[in-house]
Design a protein around this ligand. Structure first.
Ligand code: TXA
Ligand code: MG
Length: 321
């Protein structure tokens, strides 16, 4: 199959209407999209990503009103969160209506809904009369793509079209929340700072991580993983423990470290801005993977704002099984 990269929204819409897959830009990461109401298209997403069938997909919609088409018993606080943060990096688990195929939700009774904040993808959704099921556009377990080029690196020849919307503004996947007994639970840390959710929801609990059950989204221990070792923690200690002439380093501002001359150093935000660091994280992991460095030593980021999500991804990138 010939994979075309371009900016033609109508062309992307045509492919999707025909049941084909298209990679779409969002503010978080690129998604591998197909018609969420078409089981063949959904099956093809699982196949193309090599994704296990127990791992459900997020359904992308064009507005708050759309949520009522696909979910029932939506809590008031969920509406409040949608009104405040959609479009944006917040995915909400809601009780699903039958119109959503069980395949999309891996048989769960909830559906994950999100309205992405990207001009091109919102325009695309306007041209469609169905929502888009879209996991991140990477092979299962690998680093999420934040540019059209990242998608092409791995999915060229496997999908019809890559809609090129530039580099993703947020750079890390959406925050996923759900409700248990009216309590707001965070299942995956992500691009939406949980302190902002707290301001609306009043109470937020972060779910235990490392649980590979499908109702603990994005929580598989090993994920986002480059093919060579990543060691994550206090960078000064790691540098003492793991010495090599061919190590690479990933750090926040880069200040305060004595890196060996000539080594690959990925500094995510020289100014110390966590949002900027999140935006550059996955590109740095991919660049490390393409380099010939033996391993990556990654600094633990400040445990606040998007630093929490960055630490979560680095911990998973460093897990070996
Ligand atoms: O930012 C994002 O969320 C990106 C862009 C493309 O929207 N998408 C994304 O999708 O990260 P994916 O498939 O890579 O991660 C979605 C996570 C999965 O870990 C899955 O287990 C979880 O969402 N999920 C989806 N539906 C669920 C459901 N009904 N219940 C529990 N978890 C669900
Ligand atoms: Mg993913």
């Amino acid at each position: 199959m010939n994979t075309i990269t371009g900016t033609d929204i109508s062309r992307a819409a045509r492919f999707l209407k025909e049941g084909h897959l298209v990679a779409i830009p969002t503010e978080t990461v690129y998604g591998l999209a197909g018609n969420a109401l078409n089981e063949d298209a959904v099956l093809n997403i699982f196949r193309t990503k090599n994704r296990p069938a127990f791992d459900p997909l997020i359904v992308h919609v064009s507005g708050v009103k759309e949520a009522d088409k696909y979910a029932i018993n939506i809590p008031d606080v969920a509406y409040e969160l949608m009104k405040n943060f959609w479009p944006g990096p917040l995915t909400i688990l809601l009780q699903k209506k039958q119109i959503i195929p069980d395949l999309v939700t891996s048989g769960l009774s909830t559906v994950a809904l999100r309205m992405p904040d990207h001009r091109m993808t919102l325009a695309l959704l306007e041209q469609l009369d169905f929502p888009l099921a879209a996991p991140s556009a990477n092979p299962f377990g690998y680093i999420s793509p934040t540019t059209a080029g990242h998608v092409a690196d791995q999915l060229s020849g496997k999908i019809h079209y890559i809609l090129d919307g530039g580099a993703c503004r947020v750079g890390i996947e959406s925050t996923i929340i759900g409700f248990e007994n009216n309590r707001c639970i965070v299942y995956r840390l992500g691009g939406m700072d949980i302190d902002k959710i707290l301001q609306i929801a009043g109470d937020v609990q972060v779910a235990e991580s490392g649980n590979p059950l499908p109702n603990a989204p994005g929580m598989l221990a090993s994920h986002y993983a480059p093919s060579r070792p990543v060691y994550f923690g206090d960078l000064n200690q790691l540098m003492k423990k793991w010495q090599s002439a061919n190590a690479a380093f990933l750090c926040f501002t880069g200040k305060g470290f004595d890196f060996p001359p000539g080594s690959n150093v990925y500094t995510l935000s020289p100014q110390g801005n966590l949002d900027e660091a999140a935006k550059h994280l996955f590109t740095a992991l991919r660049d490390f993977d393409k380099s010939d460095a033996e391993f990556l030593l990654a600094e633990k980021f400040p445990d606040k704002g998007l630093g929490k999500a960055i630490n979560d991804r680095l911990m998973r990138a460093s897990a070996r099984e």
